[in-house]
Ligand binder design. Sequence first.
Ligand SMILES: N[C@H](CCC[C@H](N)C(=O)O)C(=O)O
Length: 297
Amino acid sequence: MAHAIPFARMNGLGNEILVADLRGQTKRITPDAARALAARAETHFDQIMAIHDPVTPGTSAYIRIINSDGSESGACGNGMRCVVQALAAETGERDFVFETRAGLLEAREREDGMLTVDMGKPRFDWQAIPLSEEFADTRAIELQIGPIDAPILHSPSVASMGNPHAIFWVSEDVWSYQLDRFGPILEHHPLFPERANISLARVTSKASLDLRTWERGVGLTKACGSAACAAAVCAARTGRTGRSVTITVPAGGELLIEWLDNDHVLMTGPAEWEWSGTLDPETGAFSRDEAALETAS
Ligand SMILES: N[C@H](CCC[C@H](N)C(=O)O)C(=O)O
């Protein structure tokens, strides 16, 4: 591999993340490389967080977010926590300002090792999400799946956290719905010209909810940080919860989401390093570091 770059396999509450270091060079991870990495069990991922040199002065890095189908997103909460943990370990710094396609965001590693990312301000206007037709009130839009007179899922809240989200409120266990069947249909629904992340949320108290997500460009994942933020703000906005919510995700872990008075959404949770290696950003060929292999064997 002539052009190998370092990367780390990590996860954020089970959301499978590759953090790739492209600082100091102009190369980008190609969609083909992303799909090749996603197709192999060892490197199968939900998102690649590609760290590039900063573009805007005063920022720590520019982060490109790549889904497993090779498409790009403006936000990835779980991946951003992984980036913070990796860079904090490398530099000893705790506070960072990152730039993504969706703008600037601040993040930090706390003393207790938890990672907090300021996911910015949610957007609720229909053009920002975006929707393909006008809805004056996005707290509940007209969209349903199942029989017309007895829909299985209906009236989602929609929001943008830098990426599009639809949140369907359910009263049964989030596992009792066939999200693997409905997810792809709703992700590609004509109402969402840029497709959408589709979540099922069950409110369990005024300060907690269970969440399961079908991710745009990926499929079912074990957790989705930006969906957790979207679900929390939509829950607060519709009076289902207060503005501070603990979200339980399928892998069993928890994220704390706080919607501050200044409209910013803070997400706090863990990240975990699994192993490191090098990869070719053009082909996706990779190898694991020997030290990691020794530890694993
Ligand atoms: N796993 C991510 C979401 C990735 C977003 C992506 N699926 C899209 O919007 O295309 C998260 O923790 O926020």
